[in-house]
Design a protein around this ligand. Sequence first.
Ligand code: SF4
Ligand code: SF4
Length: 95
Amino acid sequence: MREYAYLNEYVSLQLDSGKCTGCGLCQQVCPHAVLRVEDGKARIDARERCMECGACAKNCAFDALKVEAGVGCASAIIYGWLTGKEASCDCSGGC
Ligand code: SF4
Ligand code: SF4
């Protein structure tokens, strides 16, 4: 898969380490290897790769992750996959 990078300051992903149990599900479902579990806790390893798809937050049973899913680059990429068209969300980040 192509390597994606987004602007760190605009990525809405938030992790509450206090709620994290280290179950590892977020690491398994993340398509861009943004999250890594080490020493019993998840940590954000590469925020700039987060496409805000929402899979991690949706699968975290402990409400430790928050992300504004279904906006911007993620929506553009999914739309591109579904329609076969070039993905663009007009962010100039190169979806
Ligand atoms: S899914 Fe939630 S509880 Fe499990 S490792 Fe990830 S953040 Fe922690
Ligand atoms: S929102 Fe998607 S890309 Fe971002 S960390 Fe979660 S699973 Fe990974």
